[in-house]
Design a protein around this ligand. Sequence first.
Ligand code: XUL
Ligand code: CO
Length: 438
Amino acid sequence: MAYFKEIGKIKYEGANSDNPLAFKYYNPDEVIDGKSMKEHLRFSIAFWHTFQANGTDPFGSATAIRPWDAAADPIDLAKAKMEANFELCEKLQVPFFCFHDRDIAPEGASLKESYAILDKIVDYTKELMKTSPVRLLWGTANAFGHPRYVHGAATSCNADVFAFAAAQVKKAMEVTKELGGENYVFWGGREGYETLLNTDMKLETDNLARFLRMAVDYAKQIGFTGQFLIEPKPKEPTKHQYDFDAATVIGFLKTYGLDKHFKLNIEANHATLAGHTFQHELALARVNEMFGSIDANQGDMLLGWDTDQFPTNIYDTTLAMYETLKAGGFTTGGLNFDAKVRRGSFEPIDLVYAHISGMDAFAKGFKTAYKMLSDGKFEKFVAERYASYRTGIGKKIVEGRANFDTLSKYALENDHIKNASGRQEALEALLNQYILNS
Ligand code: XUL
Ligand code: CO
């Protein structure tokens, strides 16, 4: 059954097209540097926002009634949503989707029943995959929505909750493997605290590490070879989330000797909530060799919460793609639209417009970033800025052949220091020129 009946396959028509149902910059088959744009960008639809969200907010009820909502039985509804997912991905030429276990299958009255319901939907998804090119970018478990997770999952004060979360993640890993998922994501939904007055932070963070170690062991046990990703977020729903930002997660993984097993899934709105730019978080992941995947969205700079808007800011998409290309591009990761249409955009066609706008914004950002890197002007500037570390005393510092004695001897003879301009304004103007002209 078709759910987006009035929508055909969205095609590339170029920057001058006035068809809102066409791509202006995303040309999936255009080959750049030996790979198609489809392969470079690896877009993905987030099941939870696109097929679950209905416009409910803390002040009001649902505004969106979706064509698949006609299904009354919960299993039929879950199947209908999965059909709609494949239809939308195919029409938008999006090669991947991502889900939480509870997005695709409702929770049962017992854990055993939940397993059985999930199996049913996974079987149905496998059926749909037989005739569709659409694949799973990543799976994850929703270990934050149910009331049992009120105090967290792996960081709950209640060991029974830890055990339940382990059982849920075990199954989510199994189904991710079964569906050929290329990654498995850990976002610590309620892994944090509300007040330190009731919190044993040491036990909670040790337990989080224990949980992740068990996941690593279980992946080995079942032969799941997908990439494990951790998605940092500083706050919301808890006051303080342990996976605060990229730097915190990297430090945490290294402390517990888990760093070889994980990469990062960087979300734009989580970066800005942590007080960083999207580019900063991606750069940190890259320089630590932990660049994995991206949750593509944007926040509202005037609001302090996770608005999860579709990404349209060309500066941000350009700089995000600049970092992505510098990291060598995506391998198992991709650009997952962890974004929801606004409450006022309640028609199904708004989901189509939203994805088109995000895909075009990233396609344009990608092309601009590619041009910036091919011309190499920024990289050349940076290389020259640090030239003093390639010869003389700088070379000795970098190669570990200097110490405070030798440096003090050197400084005593070279204390008339000459610095060069950082040229920030000129570089920002150059960035504008690339964005406007490419
Ligand atoms: C929440 C968020 C999650 C993760 C997956 O802010 O981003 O949806 O992406 O659990
Ligand atoms: Co996310």
